[in-house]
Ligand binder design. Sequence first.
Ligand code: NAD
Ligand code: GLY
Length: 379
Amino acid sequence: MTTAAPLAPFIAHTADHATVHIDLGERSYPIRIGAGLLGETSTYQGLPKARSALIVTNTTVAPLYLQQVRTALAAQYAQVHVVELPDGEAHKDWQTLNLIFDGLLQQGCDRKTLLFALGGGVIGDMTGFAAASYMRGVPFVQLPTTLLSQVDSSVGGKTAINHPLGKNMIGAFYQPQLVLCDLASLDTLPVRELSAGLAEVIKYGPIADMAFFDWLEANIDLLRSGDRQAMAQAVKRSVEIKAWVVSQDEKEAGLRAVLNFGHTFGHAIEAGMGYGVWLHGEGVGAGMVMAAHLSQELGLVDAAFVARLTRLIERAGLPTKGAMLDAKDNAGAYLEHMRVDKKAEAGEIRFVLIDGPGKAVMRSAPDALVRQVIDRCCG
Ligand code: NAD
Ligand code: GLY
């Protein structure tokens, strides 16, 4: 982990285009934010030269955005292939990942072929993992089309698939060449998915930036209505914070774990309910409330902060109560899932907690206390 300049203060603005740079030495890349980027030929200029490109997308996103991306890429690549995957978190698995390798091999794609991940976080994570492993690594570009994937999953190079026993357990760190956040693509996003994305936006406040949290409180209704300018600001600030964290700790030796605020409880809900029953962002929403309560129990924040965070999560249209995973021993079921979390060390669960608003800390906690919080926050 390196010492970086402090995060620049949040300044509300009205620009609807922006570029944020993620500083990772030779793996640095730009994250471009704006409306209409997907279909612009100029967007893709400057990418590595290659004979072929392969777009990975899914059955929901393809009818909406594939044509424009394919046309824009055809100006640059002699061959533009497509692999269309089934939609959903339940398909973020080996079997579906293999369809990408099938497509790459059937089309004779070589080591220079660029992969383009067109879709939400599921497509981005799977395409990134395929790019990391096909011929031991080919370049790839993130074209995130959900709010969640624009503000979080497309940035920072985490790629993975799920295992029935644990979320995102098989994967690699592998950075894209470019990330394009086309704000216009958010216009077709179902409201439930928009709310799920807001969970990852909200998390940046308590862990790093309470001025942004204040702004979110004032603008949450505008964001839920899909207001383009408000969205541009939320995406830009989220990406700035993520880029700042990842630039200091690309492979999660320490600091980067703060980005998992709410995720330890949330992943337990996702895995415990069966992938796809709760959306990832919904698990994170309820998980942040649970982590805030645990922070309060450990004397790190007061009840007023927990209430404030819970209220914003509720206003974002997200659940503030955890799911019941087991009627007989619900807390036990959570603990079992949380022990296979990637942050766990020798079976000890490590939680991302809030150590005063705007600052996160990694801590373990006694099982009895965690059980109390789960009992209070579920159902
Ligand atoms: P998702 O990829 O399942 O997309 C949500 C739904 O929206 C899907 O049905 C998708 O087909 C549809 N969709 C996508 N774009 C659309 C559009 N523009 N209009 C209409 N529908 C559209 O889910 P997600 O919330 O984008 O991502 C969640 C995934 O991201 C999880 O698997 C999670 O583990 C992962 N994730 C990864 C990281 C990381 O750092 N790599 C970070 C956070 C989350
Ligand atoms: N979403 C958590 C991370 O990128 O580290």
